[in-house]
Design a protein. Structure first.
Length: 116
């Protein structure tokens, strides 16, 4: 499984961005896709996740502002981020768990910078 994340950029506080994570390879084996973020000097944080059946969850820190969704036809998981805050600034990474052993796969990160 290969993952390609995109959609990051520079945005002012209060703005929106939509991140995309495109999967390729053995996509039928993917059970779950998650978005993580890592800010400088901080630990990696789970932001949101969505299962192959479509059930999803988001972290309390972004609930009400971020939404995760998927388009199975194009093997893509989206992270819609609204009402962005400077503290949302981080590298955002997508990860997939595939197969019976839930083997983890990681894409490269995409940088989100929110200016105040």
């Amino acid at each position: 499984v290969q993952l390609q994340a995109s959609g990051g950029g520079l945005v002012q506080a209060g703005g929106s961005l939509r991140l995309s994570c495109v999967a390729s390879g053995s996509t039928s084996a993917i059970n779950f896709v998650s978005w993580y973020r890592q800010a400088p000097g901080k630990e990696r944080e789970l932001v949101a996740g969505i299962s192959s059946s479509g059930s999803s969850n988001v972290a309390d820190s972004v609930k009400g502002r971020f939404t995760i969704s998927r388009d199975a036809a194009v093997n893509t998981v989206y992270l819609q981020m609204n009402s962005l805050k400077p503290e949302d600034t981080a590298v955002y990474l997508c990860s997939a768990a595939a197969g019976r052993r839930l083997t983890p796969y990681w894409g490269q990160g995409t940088l989100v910078t929110v200016s105040s």
